[in-house]
Design a binder for this molecule. Structure first.
Ligand SMILES: [Zn+2]
Length: 112
C-alpha cells in the first residue's frame, strides 16, 4: 500500500506515482513531491528548543568527532553565520581550523 498524498486539487485518494510526478487519475492534475517540500519553511531548533535562523551564531555543546579530522570539534566552539539546510545534519557552516562542515542542530545552542 502506498503513502501517497491525496490530490491537492480534488482530494482524490487514487493518486499514483510516475517518475518524479504524482498524478491524479480523476482530475488529471500533476505535481511533484519536491514542489510541496520546497514550500515548507525549514524549522531547525537548537538543543534547548530555540528556533535557529540563517546568520545566527551558535556554540557547540559537546565534543564532536569530525569526519576526516583527528581533532574533535570542542565543546564551546563558537560557530558564526550558520546556514540552515534540509537533512539530518541541518546546519551548514564554516569553522576556523575545520573549514566548511555540517552540524546537527541538536548539538548546538544559540548565542544571543
Ligand atoms: Zn485530482
Amino acid at each position: 500500500m502506498s503513502n501517497l498524498p491525496n490530490c491537492p486539487q480534488c482530494n482524490s485518494a487514487y493518486t499514483y506515482e510516475d517518475g518524479d510526478f504524482l498524478i491524479c487519475p480523476e482530475c488529471a492534475y500533476e505535481w511533484t513531491m519536491h514542489q510541496v517540500a520546497e514550500n515548507d519553511d525549514l524549522i531547525v531548533k537548537d538543543a534547548n528548543g530555540n528556533l535557529l535562523a540563517d546568520g545566527n551564531s551558535v556554540s557547540v555543546i559537546k565534543d564532536l568527532k569530525v569526519k576526516g579530522s583527528s581533532t574533535p570539534l570542542k565543546q564551546g566552539t563558537k560557530v558564526k553565520n550558520i546556514r540552515l539546510v534540509a537533512g539530518d545534519h541541518n546546519i551548514d557552516c564554516k569553522i576556523d581550523g575545520f573549514g566548511s562542515m555540517k552540524l546537527k542542530s541538536e548539538f548546538v545552542k544559540k548565542l544571543s
